[in-house]
Design a protein around this ligand. Structure first.
Ligand code: HEM
Ligand code: HEM
Length: 143
């Protein structure tokens, strides 16, 4: 299984790419009606997830707890419920999904407060490993 920070960054990049394609589509069509949904796909999907991923990469001890995966799932859930929810609210199709997504987003940030308060930043991080030169995959040291 991929590491938690990798999952955060991969998901963030997929949300970010989708948000940018949506932004280009809005620009091209001249219809900016759904701009807040596009904005929050980028802001929570890309920005917040990348910030969380950075934190877990810097704090392996926090990433080792199962609650860190709960945090990841909750953040993904917030995005996939909230973004269509905002679009639905704008289109007059009801606000339930936007409200549920917002609650998931709040819980995700609340959980982040708990994780940071409990673990601090940097626990389990070996700066010497991070700064050491990484051999290229095709580089085979003398056998
Ligand atoms: C290819 C990249 C992007 C394109 C083409 C794009 C395009 C747009 C367009 C056309 C609007 C509507 C502007 C208006 O009506 O005033 C908009 C709004 C917005 N975009 Fe983007 N965008 C891009 C990337 C991003 C990124 C990376 C973020 C955040 C990290 C972002 C955040 C926002 C926000 C917050 C709004 C305002 C939403 C609101 O009015 O509530 N966008 N964007
Ligand atoms: C529970 C989570 C959130 C809720 C319920 C929420 C709600 C809202 C609402 C109702 C608006 C006004 C949309 C409109 O123009 O019609 C808005 C705009 C905006 N939000 Fe959020 N938001 C949330 C999280 C965030 C986060 C995490 C960020 C940044 C990382 C963010 C950044 C913005 C920005 C930049 C705008 C656009 C302001 C503008 O166009 O003047 N929001 N948000």
């Amino acid at each position: 299984m991929r590491s938690l920070p990798t999952c955060y960054f991969l998901t963030a990049a997929v949300f970010g790419l989708s948000g940018m394609i949506w932004g280009i589509q809005m620009s091209a069509s001249g219809d900016h009606t759904l701009a807040p949904a596009h904005g929050h796909l980028n802001l929570i999907g890309f920005v917040a997830m990348a910030v969380f991923g950075t934190y877990y990469a810097l704090t392996p001890r926090a990433a080792a707890f199962r609650i860190a995966w709960v945090h990841y799932a909750l953040t993904v859930l917030a995005v996939v419920i909230m973004v269509p929810g905002i679009a639905m609210a704008i289109n007059g199709q009801g606000e339930t999904a936007a409200k549920l997504g917002s609650i998931a987003a709040l819980l995700s940030m609340g959980l982040f407060i708990y994780v940071v308060a409990r673990n601090g930043v940097g626990a389990g991080f070996a700066a010497s490993d991070a700064l050491a030169p990484v051999p290229r995959p095709d580089h085979h040291p003398a056998e």
